[in-house]
Design a protein around this ligand. Structure first.
Ligand SMILES: N[C@@H](CCC(=O)N[C@@H](CS)C(=O)NCC(=O)O)C(=O)O
Length: 343
């Protein structure tokens, strides 16, 4: 009887251990490798692009840097793999990358049919149209018969067809996979219109106009024809890793909400506010629950900054892209960015 109980207990312990190993298998591999492998766009200014020193920078890159900080305590333990929209899901499914941080819109089919999961929404976007000013077009409703550049394997392609059908208009698609090549085709006049997420249109207009043309020679039409909530993706099977990414995004929002910045975080650790003490790990427990260092948020804010700092640095009104914060404001400022409490 006794040995039966013991054997049963050992069996349960082994099953639990196996369960835990399964739950953390991607995280274990990342730790063993000593680096996170992040799938990012091939090049979109402000979101993910190599700077003059070849260093990747942008809002999408900061997601990877923040996750690296949560796992390793250091923001630069990341390898970046540039992917087109067509390549991204296969690269994640096959294990070539650990996560995607590349302008991927949350949709029901992507969340269910691919063996992949979204973690959180890092940027609320929508689809728009970029046109040369000289075309004289003021509204998307005037685009009947236009030639339109679009990337394959995107929600953009599907929304475009829906929008034209709904408005009883026709268009000729020019389908090109790589962002740089679409932009080149558009600027060379191979299409009248470039359609994608408005954030990428703002980047294309701000950073990629070939001289002597100027950004002002191009306009983004007023119609936003879709919802494009963008967020990181992971494979099914490692919920702990997914939790770390999700709560890293929430931590950057919580820090902004409570006024914690990269500049004042060393002062903020002295705060008497119980919420701030919990967020920064002065009151321990949150990091432990997530399976990371209790100073994870301190480290993220110190090395990467809060969500607003990252936004302002890369895409905000004082950056090259000059994108108004809009619906990406915190909920306390009338926006949609709302993090559940860290407690
Ligand atoms: N959000 C849409 C569109 C995403 C998309 O088109 N991304 C393209 C162009 S902005 C991209 O990132 N391509 C990778 C690249 O070539 O850099 C989706 O998830 O389908």
């Amino acid at each position: 009887m006794r040995s039966f109980v013991l054997a049963a207990a050992v069996g349960v312990a082994a099953a639990l251990a196996a369960g835990n190993a399964f739950a953390g298998k991607d995280l274990d591999a990342i730790k063993a490798r000593g680096a996170l492998i992040c799938g990012v766009p091939t090049g979109i200014a402000g979101f993910a692009a190599a700077d003059s020193q070849g260093k990747w920078v942008g809002l999408d890159i900061d997601v990877c840097r923040a996750v690296s900080t949560a796992i390793f305590g250091e923001s630069e333990k990341v390898k970046y793999v540039p992917l087109t929209s067509q390549q991204r899901f296969t690269a994640l499914q096959s294990g070539e990358v650990d996560l995607l941080s590349n302008n991927t819109t949350v949709t029901l089919q992507r969340d269910t049919a691919l063996g992949l999961d979204f973690t959180a929404i890092t940027y609320y976007d929508g689809q728009g149209f970029l046109v040369p000013r000289k075309l004289g077009v003021k509204s998307a409703k005037e685009l009947d018969g236009a030639t339109i550049c679009v990337a394959p394997g995107t929600t953009t392609e599907l929304n475009l067809a829906d929008y034209f059908r709904a408005n009883k208009m026709t268009f000729k698609p020019v389908v090109i996979e790589k962002a740089e090549e679409i932009r080149a085709a558009f600027y060379a006049g191979r299409c009248d219109v470039y359609t994608t997420d408005v954030s990428s249109l703002a980047a294309t207009r701000a950073a990629n106009v070939p001289p002597p043309a100027k950004p002002e020679d191009f306009i983004i039409l007023p119609e936003i024809i879709s919802k494009e909530p963008l967020g990181p993706m992971v494979r099914h099977g490692d919920n702990q890793f997914a939790d770390i990414i999700r709560w890293t995004q929430f931590a950057m929002l919580e820090a902004e909400e409570y006024g914690i910045t990269s500049g004042n975080v060393d002062e903020m650790v002295k705060s008497e506010n119980p919420t701030i003490k919990r967020i920064l790990g002065v009151t321990p427990g949150m990091g432990k629950a997530l399976g990371v260092d209790d100073r994870w948020v301190y480290n993220i804010i110190k090395q990467v900054g809060n969500y607003g700092e990252s936004y302002d640095r890369h895409v905000g009104p004082h950056s090259l892209l000059k994108i108004d914060r809009g619906v990406n404001r915190l909920w306390t400022q009338g926006g949609l960015q709302y993090a559940p409490p860290i407690r």
